[in-house]
Design a protein around this ligand. Structure first.
Ligand code: HPA
Length: 272
């Protein structure tokens, strides 16, 4: 077993486990995680967590995001690469393109979005919601593989499970979103609350509502299958090249400035 800290891959719609290995479910204060697969990739310990459950049984608004992120932290994971199927709002995008989002607008409504419901009152900074080091690595890896990758795009995370209306998409474009998916939030924020590095690799499965005649879940699934080889190869290569140190990213010490000084003792306990 590698002594480097493990990395996790969260597989979204259409993304089957990239790795084969032992599976285990982790109990958390929020309920059990789905079975998580463990293996070595280029000598590094890697976990794969299927976000929607092993049989894709949890729709986006019912995913237990807190259990998933907690379980990964419990396994010692320090970095997470999450995959998301998204609709393209930006008309420069084409289905099959890959986006490493730089920012996110949370439009979800019903989800448990924090680990900090009680004292210590905690306000994490999400000025850079995705780990800049992991993003750079994913972008450079995709470019090296001649993949059509877009990097200056913000994601809208919608509640689902229905797709959006054309008017909602026009609104999201107006506020600066280039892609839309149902699973970006609160996952990214929960990872930051536990001081884990997190970046998303999104694949455009369709153009968003109003930009193509109609939307279909089958189309999203099919595009996932079509894109999976390239997506997997970027992820595997990126995992193999993850730097050992957390250089200058806002993730691994996110709690330091997030809590009031009067809570300092509790902070110490929560921080790794
Ligand atoms: N909207 C929301 N989520 C999605 C879409 C979309 O168009 N495509 C894939 N996931």
């Amino acid at each position: 077993m590698s002594n480097k800290p493990p990395t996790a891959i969260i597989g979204g719609s259409g993304v089957k486990s990239i790795i084969k290995g032992d599976e285990k479910t982790i109990g958390t204060p929020y309920g059990p995680s789905p079975p998580i697969t463990h293996s070595l990739v280029a000598g590094r310990s890697v976990y794969f967590l299927p976000r929607h459950g092993e049989h894709h049984q949890y729709p986006p608004h019912m995913v237990n995001y807190r259990a998933n992120i907690w379980a990964l932290r419990q396994l010692g994971v320090e970095r997470i690469i999450a995959t998301n199927a998204v609709g393209g709002i930006n008309q420069e995008l084409t289905p099959g393109d890959i986006v490493i989002p730089v920012d996110i607008i949370d439009m979800t409504k019903s989800r448990k979005g924090t680990f900090y419901d009680k004292a210590p009152v905690t306000h994490i900074d999400v000025s850079q919601p995705y780990c800049p080091t992991l993003r750079r690595l994913l972008i450079d890896t995709a470019r090296m593989k001649k993949v059509n990758v877009h990097e200056n795009i913000a994601m809208a995370a919608t509640e689902g499970p229905r797709y959006e209306t054309p008017a909602e998409i026009r609104m999201l474009r107006t506020v600066g979103c280039g892609i839309v998916g149902m699973t970006g939030a609160p996952e990214a924020f929960l990872a930051r609350e536990l001081q884990l590095c997190y970046a998303s690799i999104s694949f455009v499965s369709n153009m968003a509502a109003g930009l193509q005649r109609q939307l279909s879940a089958r189309e999203v699934e099919e595009k996932g299958r079509e894109t999976s080889n390239i997506l997997n190869s970027v992820i595997v290569e990126a995992v193999a090249n993850i730097p050992e140190r957390h250089n200058d990213c806002p993730c691994s010490n996110a709690l330091v400035q997030a809590q009031l000084v009067s809570n300092a003792a509790e902070v110490e306990q929560l921080a790794r």
